[in-house]
Ligand binder design. Structure first.
Ligand SMILES: Cc1cc2nc3c(=O)[nH]c(=O)nc-3n(C[C@H](O)[C@H](O)[C@H](O)COP(=O)(O)OP(=O)(O)OC[C@H]3O[C@@H](n4cnc5c(N)ncnc54)[C@H](O)[C@@H]3O)c2cc1C
Length: 450
């Protein structure tokens, strides 16, 4: 923890701008889906997002790929809910494309269309949106219960009071500022700045990873990982070819440096292509509003989901989400990614080299085909009316590497919204609401509960 000289701020009266039943901080699909599920149960819900649109990494950071709704063998459907509703909304706009039986992606979508769909979903669900509004501090009662959140925006500084709170800020900002225990893993996955470009056809057959391996140094480009995805209905592609090592993006200075370094690397990739693959007629078309952050804080909850739970497909009686996306480790200390499948296969993919296929465990006759996330990994220890959703849930590094993808995080959002709604309706603390009741309500609202 850095130590700074300090000043004393004068005490002040802060206006109560809004009062509601459930307040959600963070407006990625995780937060939007949390808000919508609570609102659909008749609650008054506020949704606070510090940027100008909803969608989080999917819109702000241009990451436009969601993964399969089926288990690892593509036989059993394991989730539905608002993720599929959103896909159907995008389909009506010709803004999504499908890829069947592929572990790397099931849907690529247009992130700009997604922004507008999320606006419509929020408004039609009667959620009260607060855009360009940042959570800055908790307002905690003497008995330790969270009574409100202090926010800042163009109008100044105000309070939103609520009965239940959902931290979907990615970084666990509410939990952290309440002084609840949080951790940052020593193997924190590095961040990536994506970009959109035109001219894909001219580099379709180019091994960009190999090019970066051979000539990247000349442009100050570290080796990381390279992938690209089409933006449906447009001549534009998304490219993820940068890697920002050694940056704790929950620290303001490190985040500032990472943003600037990410953009520098985007330009370096384009300059490298122009020099060493002059047939590559690509044009930088768009930069993200925010770099793509894979991991920062995790909030200590009633249970830490482990890599072993994920890789052995452990079932939980309080399961609120099902996933089949493989363990996908972007290494903080070497290039490439390591993938571990529930089938026991392990792949190390380093750009510019052939994949190394091994096994992380010996062959067995029966393999699990999906894993589960339990509610208890969303319930912070020491808080009565705060639930977390999204990448800050309590996981070890291997579990995080699998569950972090959006189709999983979306389900944690839906579960948090339903849990908070039932807590309000029953007058109970979150941990006292029966997981069976939350699972039943999730199923009634369109989720697949296994
Ligand atoms: C480069 C990259 C590629 C990836 N590839 C894929 C992929 O192909 N498919 C996939 O599914 N997943 C992918 N992931 C992982 C996935 O995108 C993230 O794990 C997931 O989006 C995390 O969701 P979240 O809701 O927890 O956080 P975020 O999406 O980061 O959302 C947090 C939201 O909270 C807001 N917020 C933060 N602090 C505050 C505050 N104090 N006040 C108000 N609002 C606040 C933020 O602005 C943001 O909108 C990738 C991640 C990265 C970085």
């Amino acid at each position: 923890m850095k130590s700074f000289p300090s000043i004393v701020e004068p005490a002040r009266h802060t206006p109560v701008w809004h009062e509601c039943d459930v307040c959600v901080v963070g407006g990625s699909c995780t937060g939007v889906f949390a808000a919508v599920r609570a609102a659909r149960l008749g609650l008054r819900v506020a949704l606070v997002e510090r940027m100008g649109c909803f969608g989080g990494v999917a819109t702000l950071s241009l990451v436009n790929v969601w993964h399969s709704q089926f288990d690892e063998r593509f036989e059993k459907q394991i989730f539905a809910g608002l993720t599929l509703e959103t896909i159907e909304r995008l389909r009506r706009r010709n803004a999504v494309s499908d890829t069947a039986r592929c572990p790397s992606w099931a849907w690529a979508f247009n992130p700009h269309e997604l922004q507008i769909e999320l606006d419509e979903l929020v408004i039609s669900s009667r959620v009260r949106p607060w855009l360009h509004t940042a959570f800055v501090a908790p307002h905690v009662q003497e008995d330790g219960r969270l009574r409100g959140i202090i926010v800042e925006n163009k109008s100044g500084r105000g309070v939103i009071l609520a009965n239940q709170f959902i931290d979907a800020s990615g970084d666990g900002d509410i939990a952290h500022r309440m002084g609840l225990p949080t951790t940052i893993s020593a193997t924190n996955q590095p961040s990536t700045t994506c970009a959109t470009f035109t001219g894909w056809d001219s580099i379709r057959h180019l091994d960009l990873g190999k090019l970066i391996r051979e000539h990247g140094k000349e442009f100050g480009l570290p080796q990381g990982f390279v992938w690209a995805a089409p933006i449906p209905g447009s001549p534009v592609h998304m490219l993820a070819a940068t890697r920002i090592y050694d940056a704790n993006c929950a620290d303001a200075d490190a985040l500032t440096r990472a943003e600037i370094e990410g953009r520098r690397q985007v330009r370096a990739v384009f300059d490298l292509v122009k020099k060493y693959a002059p047939q590559g007629d690509i044009v930088l078309q768009g930069l993200p509003a925010r770099l793509g952050i894979r991991e920062t804080r995790h909030v200590k909850c009633r249970y830490q989901l482990t890599g072993d739970d994920v890789l052995t497909g452990r079932h939980f009686d309080d399961a609120i989400a099902n996933g089949s996306y493989r363990v996908d480790i972007h290494h903080p200390d070497k290039p490439g990614i390591t993938l571990r499948y529930l089938s026991g296969v392990q792949e190390y993919n380093c750009p510019g080299y052939p994949s190394e296929i091994t096994r992380w465990r010996a062959e067995t006759t029966e393999n699990p085909t999906y894993y589960q996330i339990p509610l208890r990994s969303l319930l912070p220890a020491g808080a009565s009316n705060l639930i977390v959703a999204g990448r800050m849930i309590d996981t070890d590094p291997v579990a995080h590497a699998a569950v972090r993808v959006m189709v999983n995080m979306n389900q944690t959002g839906e579960a948090a919204g339903v849990a908070a709604a039932l807590a309000v309706q029953s007058g109970k603390n979150l941990a006292q609401v029966e997981p069976a009741a939350i699972r039943a309500e999730l199923a009634r609202g369109g989720s697949i509960i296994l």
